[in-house]
Design a protein around this ligand. Structure first.
Ligand code: ADE
Ligand code: ZN
Length: 351
């Protein structure tokens, strides 16, 4: 596949946001529980009779002031406690797809954290069938293709991950891949070597969060021990020149989430974000929203704010959108169709 469209014309800075918002793109790093807006948390809490320790939507939203990943995860897992029934999982995912359509997301790969739910007595069937039904409706109702990636929580044991895999196997046809998320530092990828090897034998695609807060060594072991196909975040890779060469040489996609990195204090401000450095080193970086309800923006906000802060160009926009389709787990014909539409959009924009 060609790596880049050769004739991307420069676009004036004041017209870039329109190009960024309107171009078709894939979202490859979105935790569906992180799309749960405070309004929906309150509606589901009331529907299910679940108590939440906040008096109002405003009070809950004002608690979204994070100092690091763990400070976010504590409130994120509490928010997910309102999800009880199949319809709740459907409603959450459908609300995301409506936003995704407004952001011109043509394809989405959704992370979900089943252990957060099964630990509260919600069955794997409830979680997966609700999310999957929304994925089917996103295709028919909104023209968005979507698939599910089951994430193991890395602060729990590998034994717990094996149990979770066992519970998910009856629904294997509804899950395209396996990921690894939650608190990174102290929970290196190699803790999950055996369960990822089993998932690989079973034919799942494999991804893992690595190098979000954790060191470049975690990116190396995600690649070499877990044998993942994409790295989620991976921004700490720029501290290791040999790792940067490896990621570029093997075109390992990084699903970068700039507003998440800002809100979790991975970078002091967006102007200091290293996305440009990653792209200019030849890495297959993409832009994603991670947990948009908590980090102040869906996909287009991640694009427009990052481009404004780091002076990225129309050529970078094309590369990022194209990378998103190439890094996705759709088949080659679907990739080609999406990239043709992307090319048409850029041609029409500069005509
Ligand atoms: N779960 C939800 N968002 C996450 C993130 N940014 N890092 C790790 N685990 C997560
Ligand atoms: Zn994430």
């Amino acid at each position: 596949m060609n790596l880049a469209k050769p004739d991307i014309k420069p676009v004036a800075t004041d017209r870039l946001p329109e190009l960024l918002r309107g171009m078709p793109k894939a979202e490859l790093h979105i935790h569906i529980e992180g799309s749960l807006e405070p309004e929906l948390i309150f509606a589901l809490a009331s529907r299910n009779g679940v108590a939440i320790p906040y008096a109002s939507v405003e009070e809950l939203r004002s608690a979204y002031a994070f100092t690091n990943l763990q400070s976010f995860l504590d409130i994120y897992y509490a928010g997910a406690s309102v999800l009880i029934k199949e319809q709740d999982f459907y409603d959450m995912a459908w609300a995301y797809f409506v936003k995704a359509a407004q952001n011109n997301v043509a394809h989405a790969e959704l992370f979900f954290d089943p252990q957060t739910h099964t630990a509260r007595g919600v069955s794997m069937q409830t979680v997966i069938t609700g999310l999957h039904r929304a994925c089917v409706d996103a295709q028919t109702g909104l023209g968005i293709s979507a698939s599910l990636i089951l994430c193991f929580l890395r602060h729990l044991s590998e034994e717990d991950a094996f149990k979770t895999l066992e519970q998910a196997l009856p629904f294997q046809d509804k899950v395209i891949g396996i990921g690894l998320d939650s608190g990174e530092v102290g929970n290196p990828p190699e803790k999950f070597a055996r369960v990822f090897a089993r998932c690989r034998e079973l034919g799942f695609h494999l991804v893992a969060h690595a190098g979000e807060e954790g060191p470049p060594a975690y990116v190396w072991t995600a690649l070499d021990v877990l044998k993942v196909e994409r790295i989620d975040h991976g921004v700490q890779s720029s501290k290791d020149a040999a790792l940067m060469r490896r990621l570029a040489k093997d075109r390992i996609p990084l699903t970068v989430c700039p507003l998440s990195n800002l809100k979790l204090c991975v970078f002091p401000d967006l102007a200091s974000h290293n996305l440009r450095q990653l792209l200019e080193a030849g890495l297959a970086a993409t832009i994603n929203s991670d947990d948009p309800a908590y980090f102040g923006g869906y996909l287009n906000e991640n694009f427009t704010q990052t481009f404004a802060a780091t002076q990225l160009s129309a050529r970078h926009a094309y590369t990022l959108a194209r990378n998103s389709f190439e890094a996705s787990f759709i088949d080659a014909a679907a990739k080609r169709r999406h990239i043709d539409r992307l090319d048409e959009r850029f041609d029409a924009f500069s005509a």
